[in-house]
Design a protein around this ligand. Sequence first.
Ligand SMILES: *[C@@H]1O[C@H](CO)[C@@H](O)[C@H](O)[C@H]1NC(C)=O
Length: 176
Amino acid sequence: MVRFSILVVVFLLFVASSYADHDVDVQSICKQANDPSFCLVLLKSKPNGVGGDLKSLAQYTLNVLHTNTSNTLTLINKLIAQSGSDPKKQNHYKDCLALFGVEYKGVLGYVLDSLKQFKNSKFNQVGVDMVYLRFHVDDCISGDPSDTSLLPKYGNDVRNIADTTLIMTNMLVRRS
Ligand SMILES: *[C@@H]1O[C@H](CO)[C@@H](O)[C@H](O)[C@H]1NC(C)=O
């Protein structure tokens, strides 16, 4: 009977430690980020229904990335419509529309590709998408350093979400 209880305790300890193993340490991810505090707020914003393991968390940030990219495209279209009297500004926003765009090589194209790659567990490919996507965001934002619209902030958010996702997909690649 004593031996049986010991077995039960050992088993429970084993179960507990393997759960702990699967729950990811948010601090250790975010200290690798370009903007650690953004990363922490992002990862802690996950709804209760989303698991705390690496894969669930990465899927969550990819979904946020998708939403933010769509919102950024909506903003860019609005800015194009509002800047008709200033061709230089309007050209900048049109450049950004192409860079964030609907075409395959735009930010949205990379986001859609990464969602597909993630589903197939091609985490390395998701990481590649994140790297290219960040170049496109930077190209847009650096096109007009004096832009006073919300676009630089939106772009920076997209960049930081991609950065956080990249850290997690690198961890998934190393694990697999
Ligand atoms: C982008 O994502 C961040 C982090 O989740 C959020 O706080 C922000 O409101 C989002 N911005 C847009 C424009 O969707």
